[in-house]
Each structure stands twice: as C-alpha cells, then as structure tokens.
Design a protein around this ligand. Structure first.
Ligand code: CIR
Length: 252
C-alpha cells in the first residue's frame, strides 16, 4: 500500500522543457488543471499528497519521478541523464530524507526514475539514453543492500523503460508490442497494447486501482479484464513534454 505521493507544480515556463514530440503548443492553464485533477485522484485513493512549488530554473522538475526513487526501505537521489535536469534531485533531498535513508548516484553514473519499474520486491532497471550501466549498477547495489532484487532491461524505444511497460498487479505487465517477447518478462502475464495506443503503457497501479491516460479505448478494454477500478485522466499537456502519469509523482 502506498500512503504518500510527492508532487511538484509545473512552472509557467514548463513548455521550455525537453521534448521529442510535436503535439502542439503546451498550455499552462490546462496543465495546471490536469495536475490538480491528478493530485485529486491520488488524494481520493487515500494518499497524503505533498505538493512542492514549481522550480522555475528547472523546467522539467514537475516530473518528480526522474530525480528520485523511493522503495519501502530506501530513497535514491539520481543523477538525471539529461544535463539540463541535473540538480533537480537536490531540492527533493530534505523532503525525502524525512521518510527514508537517502543514497546518491555518483558520476559517471546517470539514472532517471522513469527507467525504474518496481514489481513487488523486484526492480527492473532500464538501460536507456538517460540511464547508463554505471548508474544502474549503483542503484542495484543500493537495492540489494535494502533487501530488494533487481535486473537491467535494454530500452530500445521510447524515452524510459516505463514509457513501454507498467506493472498492473496480479503478476501482469502492460506492454508495448516491441517489449512483448523480452525474455526477462516471460514469467508475467502480458497485456499487449495496440500499436497506436502505446502511450497508454505508462499506467499507474496504486492501492488496487489503475489510473490510465484518457483516450485509449482498446487499452481500457484490456485492463478491464483485471476486474479493477480504472480511472482515466487527461494528461495531454504532460504528453506534449514527453511525460505521463507515472512521471508526475513519487509514490511511497
Ligand atoms: C524529459 O525529457 O526529461 C521530460 N521532458 C519528460 C520526463 C518524463 N518522465 C518520465 O517519463 N518519468
């Protein structure tokens, strides 16, 4: 069970953040509304939602998932893979240190929390353009020290591992088609996304409830087979900045 979520407000200049997609001009008023709805859903699931102020000098900092990883035992402040995001982790330290012992990824390691997929006590660590071998090895050693297990997964497409795969409970993974054959996932049940619904791979599983992005009907049908409550949220503005549901909070 998660009891807390840490979030950060998007700043007025959020549209100046990193992005690889071209989905139109991001709208500040709209992302504020969408972020409020997102926080409201987390509250409705019984979480204490911490809301940090925007960080104007770090335009991507509201994607709080990337600069830190929280497990039931420890916190790890990362060294984000994108140079423009390095330093975001420092402002999280005081909040996180209140809840967990904190470990730090050191150079030359790089790691983004978006590459870290927790499945119960096991962690899949994506090797991507943002997370290198050194960062993954440092994280693995912190995890093992805390009694967790982990393994690395190559990320061939998408920004992060969790752009292509989510754990949705019941030993089941929601997967983009190109991850379906990955041998490391063979022991899980697979829900495979339609090719044109791959964005929905980034779905949250919180306290028995599934939160998925709005507008992916085939994915909704597939997730319905799990018999869980499903909440859809519009995250169109975060999507314009290469972000999604998981990126906008740290659940712990
Ligand atoms: C970035 O490129 O770093 C941000 N614009 C998006 C980060 C999304 N984070 C995530 O998926 N965990």
């Amino acid at each position: 069970m998660f009891t807390h979520a840490l979030t950060r407000l998007p700043g007025e200049n959020f549209a100046e953040g990193l992005t690889t997609v071209n989905l139109g001009q991001p709208d500040y008023t709209l992302i504020q509304q969408q972020h409020r709805n997102y926080r409201q859903v987390l509250l409705s699931l019984g979480l204490d939602v911490l809301v940090l102020p925007a960080e104007p000098s770090y335009t991507d900092a509201y994607f709080v998932e990337d600069p830190a990883i929280l497990t039931p035992k420890i916190a790890v402040l990362t060294r984000p893979g994108a140079p423009s995001r390095r330093g975001e982790e420092l402002s999280l330290q005081p909040f996180i240190a209140y809840y967990r012992p904190v470990f730090h990824i050191q150079p030359p390691g790089t790691l983004d929390g978006g590459d870290v997929l927790q499945v119960e006590n096991h962690f899949f660590i994506g090797l991507s353009e943002r997370t290198n071998h050194d960062g993954a090895a440092q994280l693995a050693s912190f995890l093992v020290g805390a009694g967790h297990t982990s393994e690395t997964v190559p990320v061939a497409a998408g920004l992060h591992l969790k752009s292509s795969v989510s754990y949705v409970g019941d030993n089941t993974l929601l997967l983009a088609p190109d991850m379906a054959e990955y041998p490391g996932f063979a022991s899980f049940k697979h829900l495979i996304l339609d090719k044109d619904e791959q964005y929905a791979a980034n779905t949250l599983f919180i306290n028995g409830c599934l939160i998925m992005p709005m507008g992916f009907p085939q994915t909704h049908i597939r997730l319905s087979t799990l018999g869980r409550k499903i909440i859809e949220l519009d995250v169109s503005e975060a999507r314009k900045m290469d972000g999604g549901l998981s990126c906008m909070s740290l659940r712990f």
